[in-house]
Design a protein around this ligand. Structure first.
Ligand SMILES: NC(=O)c1ccc[n+]([C@@H]2O[C@H](COP(=O)([O-])OP(=O)(O)OC[C@H]3O[C@@H](n4cnc5c(N)ncnc54)[C@H](OP(=O)(O)O)[C@@H]3O)[C@@H](O)[C@H]2O)c1
Length: 260
């Protein structure tokens, strides 16, 4: 091997992996905001997608732009509708011809009762967790393919083991898990597709049932809930640091899946 080639090979093994442009859906608050902030800290320019949390996303964009001017772009869309997905893809396409990382984080989470589930509940859970993610990947395929981009989907430990009283949510996340595997196969080697499956990280804001929370806490091997940063670090690993990993789901759950 020539010296030049040796040094190039050494360089490619040691240089931190490339960063670029990332789109995070549901980036205004909670885990999505932490993912966006982490990717930005890693050098990515970020599209911050939101649905209704305008104040939070504006604050986050200002904070990121203050660190690196012009590095955060706010994009609004309802991922529950086809028009919304297209509108989001259009906004991204208008601003960039290449997208290095798409993080499908947006989600709705609420219980459904078998026997009285409405079509509206079904649509809200399926569209926000699964349909929107699929059609967004599809709409942005050319931009993702340009530089060998990647997709990271936010799943759930309950994508493969059901949670009582949440059948439709679990079905939607199970679909997203299969989408992760199926698209990894269909889109490789140009585009990698992986998933992160959180356990108990942040309690839902509407859930006031402390008893359920204690029952979940009792089942965590790590004895505590995780932090948004635990999820964001896993997303950054799969999205930016793992060029030979595709079709994988990384559970970041403090051992929750051992005790479901
Ligand atoms: N929190 C946990 O402990 C936990 C556990 C397991 C899995 N997860 C998964 O991890 C991800 C992040 O969790 P999280 O608790 O931070 O999520 P979250 O707060 O429940 O939702 C994230 C964002 O999704 C957006 N969203 C909801 N419906 C939408 C729609 N129709 N169109 C566009 N955006 C929509 C909302 O944006 P706006 O606020 O702008 O409306 C919301 O802020 C989710 O995929 C979740 O399922 C989380």
């Amino acid at each position: 091997m020539s010296e030049t080639l040796k040094s190039r090979t050494r360089q490619s093994r040691t240089t931190p992996s490339r960063t670029g442009t990332a789109l995070v859906t549901g980036a205004a608050r909670r885990i999505g905001a932490c993912i966006a902030e982490t990717l930005h800290r890693r050098g990515c320019d970020v599209f911050l997608h939101y649905h209704s949390s305008a104040d939070s996303v504006t604050g986050l964009a200002a904070q990121l732009d203050a660190r690196r001017p012009g590095s955060a772009t706010v994009v609004q869309a309802d991922l529950g509708s086809s028009d919304g997905v297209e509108h989001l893809a259009d906004q991204v396409r208008t601003a960039t011809s290449s997208l290095d990382l798409l993080v499908n984080n947006a989600s709705q989470f609420f219980p459904t009762t078998v026997g009285s589930t409405t079509a509206r509940q079904w649509d809200e859970l399926m569209n926000s967790n699964l349909r929107g993610a699929y059609f967004l990947v599809q709409a942005l395929l050319p931009e993702l393919a340009v530089g060998g981009g990647s997709v990271v989907n936010l799943l759930d430990v309950h994508a493969s083991r059901p949670m009582r009283g949440h059948a439709v949510y679990c079905m939607a996340k199970a679909g997203l898990q299969m989408m992760t595997l199926a698209l990894a196969k269909d889109l490789g080697p140009q585009i990698r597709v992986n998933g992160v499956a959180p356990g108990a990280i942040l309690w839902p804001e509407q859930n006031s049932c402390g008893q359920d929370q204690q029952a979940i806490l009792n089942k965590l091997v790590m004895g505590r809930t995780g932090e948004p940063q635990d999820i964001a670090s896993a997303v950054a690993y799969l999205g930016l640091d793992a060029p030979y990993v595709t079709g994988q789901v990384l559970a970041v759950d403090g051992g929750r899946s051992l005790n479901i």
